[in-house]
Design a protein around this ligand. Structure first.
Ligand SMILES: [Zn+2]
Length: 268
């Protein structure tokens, strides 16, 4: 989720199995270094639009996904290929993969597990990612206003990519691969933040929509003279994300989760 208010995260109990065999994708595994020991990664993601997304909105999505890939190169330059920052951002973007039914993508429309939708979301909500009612696909819903003008969409796409991959892992492991709400949102906002950092001229100190939180600030680089810019940014970013996630919903927060009270509503 990106923005404020909870989207449609609570999914039916995943007593799934149907559809799994039909997934036209190959899987490999890689160890990942935050909280989660093992994840399934699909290196060849696949997405398609549903009927709610018009042609202008489709093009805006494609353009901003391309922009996200461009920023990924910058993130690699800053942090290196082995960093969590790069790996998380790459995994998020790769979760979309290619667009079914296009010249570059031989997979047929209808075979994708990732469906891009749009519509009216709750006030203040920019985007959501959720499993469909049969726990076979991930539906990424992007705010129709943003999707229509394409502005400020790149961070939403990347952030939802984190949740998308987590949902895919959950679906394709038969509900065994779970992460806490804190875990998926922490990594979601980590990716939001590095997407901002990758183009600081246009987006530094960008406050989160409707909130007084900054997820990247150029000033972070020099917070402590004894530390490198990257070390400083990591420290400041962790504090900023934890602060955002911890605000209780009763006080207008979105999540109310912390490392010791991480929540499990997304992947029960
Ligand atoms: Zn989120």
């Amino acid at each position: 989720m990106f923005g404020s208010g909870f989207g449609r995260f609570t999914s039916p109990d995943p007593a799934l199995s149907s559809g799994r065999e039909a997934i036209p994708q190959s899987w490999n595994r890689y160890a990942y270094s935050l909280n989660n020991p093992l994840k399934f990664i699909d290196p060849f993601g696949l997405y398609e639009f549903d009927a709610s997304v018009d042609s202008t909105q489709q093009q805006n999505f494609r353009d901003q996904l391309k922009e996200a890939r461009k920023r990924l190169k910058q993130i690699q330059k800053i942090y290196g290929k082995k960093s969590d920052e790069y790996k998380e951002a790459k995994t998020a973007i790769d979760s979309y993969g290619c667009e079914a039914g296009t010249k570059k993508c031989s997979e047929k429309v209808g075979s994708s597990q990732v469906i891009i939708k749009t519509g009216k979301l709750d006030p203040g909500v920019g985007a959501t990612a959720a499993r469909n009612s049969t726990d076979t696909k991930v539906e990424v819903t992007l705010d129709s206003t943003k999707l229509s003008n394409g502005a400020d969409l790149v961070a939403d796409i990347a952030h939802e990519g984190v949740h998308t991959q987590d949902h895919l892992n959950y679906i394709n492991s038969g509900g065994k691969t779970k992460v806490s709400d804190y875990d998926t949102e922490f990594r979601g906002y980590l990716v939001t933040s590095v997407m901002d950092e990758a183009y600081p001229a246009s987006s530094s100190s960008r406050p989160m929509a409707g909130q007084n939180y900054t997820l990247f600030d150029e000033k972070w680089k020099t917070a402590n003279a004894k530390l490198s810019a990257v070390e400083n940014v990591r420290n400041e970013r962790n504090v900023a994300i934890d602060k955002l996630l911890a605000v209780p919903q009763s006080q207008g927060g979105l999540y109310g989760v912390t490392p010791t009270n991480p929540g499990n509503s997304y992947f029960p």
